[in-house]
Design a protein around this ligand. Sequence first.
Ligand code: GAR
Length: 197
Amino acid sequence: MKRFAVFASGYGSNLQAIIDALKKDKVSARLCLVVSDNKKAFALKRALKAGIPTVTFDPQSFVTRQAMDRAMIKELRTFHVDFVVLAGYMRILSPVFVKAFHNKILNIHPSLLPSFKGAHAIKDAFDYGVRSTGVTVHLVDEKVDHGPILAQEALSIRAKDTLRTLEARIHRTEHKMYPKIIDLFAKGKISTRRLAA
Ligand code: GAR
């Protein structure tokens, strides 16, 4: 069975959805480590409660991003991690890290990429007035919120939607979608159109 780590910086609702799916045997892989860049992340409490080892890498303790990423790679090797799942990890990974886990880093982003990259994608789409937005799961490359797409789900923005209701709908979609895609990825049953070509 493949082993994976989840990286999270904050609230960790996607991490929780993954933990819940694992408990129901809906993800055929082992979550062996939760990594954060923020020792106050609620995600860490969720991991502890589920009995999953955690480690925090504080960016301020490292001179460069590469140095931090090298330390993270070392830690992941110690835990025999096969692939990495970013779930609200709000830090850019250096090329060193991306190369070390080439095509083995998944990210979830709350928009239909390549639209609305960045840290405020739901609000940006809502404020722009688009009629459809959604969720993207993709493999991570050297650019931010970028890389071969594994899955997308579109959501219509309804006239009665507020930012709050749209956020709730997007998060519900994420929580259903991410564990399923992680399961397929772990089984080698999902590919990208670009990789398949
Ligand atoms: C999620 O909506 C995720 O898609 C987003 O951060 C949120 C984390 O929520 N990620 C990005 O915007 C990446 N650019 P969570 O901590 O409750 O899982």
